[in-house]
Structures are given as structure tokens and as C-alpha cells.
Design a protein around this ligand. Structure first.
Ligand SMILES: *[C@@H]1O[C@H](CO)[C@@H](O)[C@H](O)[C@H]1NC(C)=O
Ligand SMILES: *[C@@H]1O[C@H](CO)[C@@H](O)[C@H](O)[C@H]1NC(C)=O
Ligand SMILES: *[C@@H]1O[C@H](CO)[C@@H](O)[C@H](O)[C@H]1NC(C)=O
Length: 339
């Protein structure tokens, strides 16, 4: 018998996910509830609360959006959502923005991690056989929060249902999926090519099997590359996980080197930015600002994903690989910035 979803309105605000008889893969529609994007560059968030009595595994994501409407969508896992409203304004750097219609809050109040990301008409993502994102009872992810960054103000009366169809199962998956997001802050001088770089040594005693990566910048990014660095006495070995032109569809692409990543290995990413404008561009949330992101999706076998969900540095001019505490050598300077 196929599983079915029963939605219960709880506490007047949340939809409580209850899955019944779900041996099979089922679908949950996580869509914006007829929102009205009433201004340009609006970020809106909507939550679902996962039933705390059951564990579920998300095995795939089917986006339901177009790049004409949505600049990007992010799916956050949270232990606590940023707000108890059914919709709120959730621009990362708009804390001073007072919205006339929606309250303002972060996507998550606690336990923030990225589960899925979409932009530029990227197609569906199906996780490998036996791999799933654990949510609910045995997971720190008690809520999923969908964030949509709308490009433009909608006409009065026109509402939106962008979102993601989630493929899920109650069947235990032996391999749990996780995402670590590498990124930077920083500034790009006018008429200059700049490298935005980050690196983190893996401290946790886990074996990661990387399988997908995604890059994200706004208009100035030309190449984003991600590496795992094995630091040996004979010198650093930089192994390319993936690199992409971020102006192509920003989907999850297969990892080039799927060798396991172990404790002591270093994850590193670089965004090469070409600022053709006549003013400095900073990292920020609007389309006039920039972003430098490399998402690494991996699975762990009979283990839980990394506690570490983010690897960020202040970026240029404060941080470069050449000044990293890892004391890198053999930096693949040319390879990291060319396609
Ligand atoms: C999303 O899906 C719903 C139906 O489930 C559809 O009515 C709507 O137009 C879709 N939105 C977009 C942006 O594709
Ligand atoms: C949401 O409601 C719960 C229960 O009333 C409360 O404990 C929590 O602080 C609220 N969260 C926010 C973000 O206001
Ligand atoms: C930066 O952009 C300019 C203008 O499009 C182009 O001429 C130049 O070759 C680019 N530089 C790099 C390093 O991509």
C-alpha cells in the first residue's frame, strides 16, 4: 500500500507532517502558500514541522520554480524555525528592513543547516541508492524551512507557489546525507579579478563520501572550484572535488574525486570573481552584491553527518589561501581559476 500524508494544522501555524505506511517513496509538496512578493529582492520563508515521533529520509528534490520568478531557493533544516508565522521575510542581511506585510526573522532560530539549494532552472536532484537526509525523530532537523529569493515585485493580486516536491521514505537508509557549505565574506575592488578563498581542516572522526557539489555566485563569478587537500610531509596534494562556471545552471553536479574524506583532510574552495563594474562589490544578499559558495554533499555510512555545517572565512582582503593557518603549499593557482 502506498504511503499517504496527512497534514494536521497544529498550534494554528504549523503543518505537522505525519506519514502513514510509507514503505514506498512518497512526495511532499513544500510550496509557498500563495504569497505575494510585494517588493523587489524579497526573501520569504515558509516552514514545515516534522512529526517528532517518526524518522524520515529525504531521497530526492524536484524543484517547482522558474528563474524568471525566483533568484534562488534554499531548503534549511532547523532545530527551531526563525519564526512561528506561516510565512516571514527572511533576507540574511536585511535585519534592519521593516516589512509592511511579513515579519522579519532568520530562516532558523537554532540548528541551521542547508539541505538543498536551487537556482537558474536547475533540474531535479535524486540522491544515490541507499542515501537519504534524516529528518524528524532521530535527527536534529525538526523543521524544514523553504526560502525563496524573489527577483521582482509581483503585481497586486498575483501570488506565488514556488517550492520543492520532496521525495521521502520511512524506510531506514544505511547512508545519511549531509551538506557542508564553504563560503566567504569580503570585497572585490572595481575593475579587478579577485580570489575569494576558504579552507577548513576536518576535525571530526568521520569518513565522508562526497558525491555532489554545487556552486553559487551572482553575476561576477567566473569559476568556483572545490578541493580536498591531503597534507603530507612530501607536500600538499590538492585533489579537485569539482569546479564550475557559476553562470551555468546552479545544480548539484557529480563529484570528480569521490575518494573518502577523513579526519585531518582540508576542504578548500575558491571563487574567481571578475568585477567589471566601476565600484567595489561586497558579499551580500541582493543581486547587486556578490556571493561565493561551494556546497559539498556527501554521505556517511552507519554514522551521522558532520556537526560542522559551514566553513566560512572573511575573504579578501583579509583572507587568502596563502595566509591560511594550514600553511598550504603547492596551491593550484592556475587550475583553480580556469575551466
Ligand atoms: C508549482 O506547482 C503548482 C501545483 O502543484 C502549480 O500550480 C504552480 O504553478 C507551480 N509553480 C511554479 C512556479 O512552477
Ligand atoms: C514559537 O512558539 C513556541 C511555543 O509557544 C515558543 O517557545 C518559541 O519561542 C516561538 N518561537 C519564536 C521564534 O517566536
Ligand atoms: C573580465 O571581464 C572582462 C570584460 O568582460 C574581460 O575582458 C576579461 O578578460 C575578464 N577577465 C578574466 C580574468 O576573466
Amino acid at each position: 500500500m502506498l504511503g499517504q500524508i496527512i497534514l494536521l494544522a497544529t498550534a494554528a501555524f504549523f503543518n505537522l507532517l505525519v506519514f502513514v505506511h510509507a514503505q514506498e517513496i512518497d512526495t511532499y509538496d513544500l510550496l509557498m502558500p500563495n504569497v505575494w512578493p510585494h517588493s523587489d529582492e524579497l526573501y520569504l520563508c515558509t516552514p514545515i514541522r516534522i512529526s517528532p515521533r517518526t524518522s524520515y529520509y529525504i531521497t530526492g528534490f524536484k524543484p517547482n520554480a522558474t528563474m524568471h520568478t525566483a533568484h534562488h531557493m534554499l531548503l534549511y533544516g532547523c532545530s527551531e524555525p526563525g519564526s512561528n508565522d506561516s510565512v516571514w521575510s527572511c533576507g540574511e542581511m536585511q535585519s534592519n528592513g521593516v516589512d509592511q506585510i511579513y515579519n522579519t526573522a532568520n530562516p532558523c532560530r537554532a540548528g541551521s543547516q542547508i539541505v538543498y539549494a536551487w537556482a537558474k532552472d536547475a533540474p531535479s536532484l535524486q540522491l544515490p541508492e541507499g542515501v537519504g537526509f534524516l529528518i524528524g525523530k532521530d535527527s536534529p532537523i525538526k523543521y524544514l524551512v523553504l526560502q525563496v529569493h524573489y527577483m521582482h515585485k509581483f503585481p497586486v493580486g498575483k501570488t506565488d507557489n514556488s517550492g520543492v516536491f520532496l521525495k521521502y521514505t520511512k524506510t531506514r537508509m544505511p547512508r545519511q546525507a549531509g551538506v557542508i557549505l564553504l563560503g566567504t565574506g569580503g570585497v572585490i575592488p572595481a575593475h579587478a579579478v579577485e580570489h575569494m578563498e576558504t579552507a577548513c581542516t576536518m576535525r571530526e572522526d568521520k569518513v565522508l563520501h562526497p558525491f555532489a557539489f554545487r556552486t553559487h555566485t551572482h553575476g561576477l563569478g567566473t569559476v568556483v572550484s572545490g578541493y580536498v587537500v591531503h597534507q603530507k610531509e612530501s607536500g600538499d596534494v590538492w585533489s579537485l572535488l569539482g569546479k564550475k562556471n557559476p553562470q551555468l545552471p546552479q545544480m548539484f553536479y557529480p563529484i570528480l574525486d569521490t575518494s573518502p574524506i577523513k579526519q585531518g583532510d582540508v576542504l578548500a574552495a575558491r571563487c574567481t570573481m571578475n568585477n567589471t563594474r566601476s565600484h567595489t562589490v561586497s558579499i551580500g544578499s541582493t543581486n547587486n552584491d556578490e556571493m561565493c559558495n561551494f556546497y559539498l554533499m556527501y554521505w556517511v555510512e552507519n554514522d551521522t553527518p558532520l556537526e560542522q555545517k559551514y566553513c566560512f572565512t572573511p575573504g579578501p582582503p583579509y583572507y587568502y589561501w596563502t595566509q591560511a593557518r594550514e600553511n598550504f603549499n603547492r596551491i593550484p593557482d592556475l587550475e583553480a581559476s580556469t575551466l
